[in-house]
Design a protein around this ligand. Sequence first.
Ligand SMILES: Nc1ncnc2c1ncn2[C@@H]1O[C@H](COP(=O)(O)OP(=O)(O)OP(=O)(O)O)[C@@H](O)[C@H]1O
Ligand SMILES: [Mg+2]
Length: 254
Amino acid sequence: MIEMKELSKSYSVGGEQVKAVDNASFVVKRGEMVSIIGHSGSGKTTLLSLIGGLTKPDSGSVVIDGKDIWAMRDNKLSEFRNRKISFIYQFASLFPTLTVYENIILPVTFGNSHMGYASSWAMQFCEAVGICDKMGCYPSQLSGGQQRRVAIARAFITNPEIILADEPTGDLDEVNESEVLSFFKKLNGEKGTIIIIVTHNSDLARQTRRQMRMTSGVITTVESEACQNLYIMRNRNAMDGKYTKHNVRSELQK
Ligand SMILES: Nc1ncnc2c1ncn2[C@@H]1O[C@H](COP(=O)(O)OP(=O)(O)OP(=O)(O)O)[C@@H](O)[C@H]1O
Ligand SMILES: [Mg+2]
């Protein structure tokens, strides 16, 4: 379970403070697949990097399976992050001097995962998303969408408990987008992997059980079946506006 409590992060740009994330609180339980939508610059990437232990918040906490990650020492945090979390970055992040296959299996070469399993898994994934003929190619020989699929395969190879995916299907065509989404759903359903997807695609967002919207750093709305029922049961107006940790918590515990 991931619990974000009153997370804030500002940047100083040209002498002005930009509040990239403003007092964000929510909980994601094991087995949940959640999407975050919002305009460009609304703070989605910053939020993912606070959750994933890459950017330190100015205030607030991120508690994963009972551990406050920002209270950990650097080496403990790196170890925790490598063991539990995989990122799919918004922009291509492949190593240019490694082949597709080497890029995909790179994370398991640092850990204890079984290489034979990882290798056959990489082939299966690449077949599912149509890039198995590219295994020996270098990233510069691939299209943007193909590079994206390699980055997705790499994120899954360590069998992480949490996937933080920043616009994972941004440059994919509809067929590949749907293959990748099926893969996310399969993993989420079978292994209970927490998947948080940032997307501009509202159709994709609707396929997750819960959708959040960010506006100027603030999580403004959360929609899910549970929330919708709650809206109806209580006064619709009562849940509008800023989503605080208290109403997120109580809603999710139902
Ligand atoms: N390293 C940084 N230094 C200064 N400002 C930053 C930095 N990273 C983000 N920002 C600012 O914080 C705000 C949120 O940026 P962020 O990248 O989180 O937005 P986003 O919602 O992911 O946007 P997009 O949809 O375009 O990817 C923006 O105003 C951005 O300019
Ligand atoms: Mg972004």
